[in-house]
Design a protein around this ligand. Sequence first.
Ligand SMILES: C[S@@+](CC[C@H](N)C(=O)[O-])C[C@H]1O[C@@H](n2cnc3c(N)ncnc32)[C@H](O)[C@@H]1O
Length: 361
Amino acid sequence: MARDSRELCHLTSDAAKVPISGVERPAKGRCAALPKIVSLFSGAGGLDLGFKEVGYSIAVAIDSGDAPIRTHRRNFPRTKAIVGDLTELQPAGVLQHVKEKLAANQRIGVIGGPPCQGFSRANTNSHASDPRNELPALYLEIVRELQRTYIVEFLVFENVLGIRDRKHADTYKALVDGMTGLGFDVCAKELCATDFGVPQYRRRIVLLGMRRGQGYPPVRPRKRKGVETVRQAIGTLGAPAFFEYGLLAEDIPVHPNHWTMRPKSARFINPEGHSGDGRSFKRLSWNAPSPTIAFGHREIHVHPSGRRRLSIYEAMLLQGFPEAYVIEGNLSEQVTQISNAVPPPLARSVASAVKLALNRG
Ligand SMILES: C[S@@+](CC[C@H](N)C(=O)[O-])C[C@H]1O[C@@H](n2cnc3c(N)ncnc32)[C@H](O)[C@@H]1O
């Protein structure tokens, strides 16, 4: 079973209070409108969905991928969703986009998780000089730029546990120190999806930064019960469609994402003759949570029947996405988006805990 979530807080004294300009704070005990969300590296919107579900409005979402932004637009039609490479946009370009959506001096929250492959333990070649590892520093620069025009009330930074490994110690320290230096009290939480009603072992680190000097209590995401096994999540679903050129979403049964690769290997004809635990043929057990949904292009986990791989829709349900959610793109783009996503129920607990802290400040 999952261990308890672990936490490490980097609190500083109230001496370094950050002044508020142009914004009225509500009287103690009264709830202000929630800060609007600026989502960086938004992907398919798993993290954003958790925030939306507890009442935040996702104002702006930016991702370099065309398919993730099409997914975002489909599921968050009121958000200004932008295809943009943040390294090219630079902080000034992000600020420009945000200004087109939000008037100056508003309270905002900045959320996001840059690509994790550079920090992933599954990537045995990961090294400190991977250029993707510069993205946390860019995240900080963007926050700094946004602070010139907005009241950044909180930060959420999500990533894989590997970001805290020794070889990435400098990056991690710079991230925490950077958040602290920008005026936030920072807390690191190690969370596992199984503790949030998601039938999947998926551990992530979430750095939470609350604006210093506002009297916000510690943010403590509450564990919750929910779906516990693969069977509960996908046990009643019928067969999916198999990929073929020209297949239309309308031809796919049940849900537009209920499709997968056509099973070609002999292992799918005689599944019992194989162990089912290889990297490329990881077969799920009906009565347990799924291993981490993080598929290489041709390594989608094998359905418990052993006869085929999971469909994208099944992977979405194992990530805790609601049935109405739809992921856009071709099959391989959908595989990437679902592998990258934060399970929405885990995100919802984080969002809800931040909301509680904001209302008690
Ligand atoms: C870990 S995923 C984000 C997942 C998302 N938080 C969710 O819950 O669905 C990281 C995303 O960063 C995007 N990305 C990578 N490099 C980028 C860049 N330079 N600028 C903008 N987005 C980038 C990728 O396309 C990917 O969708």
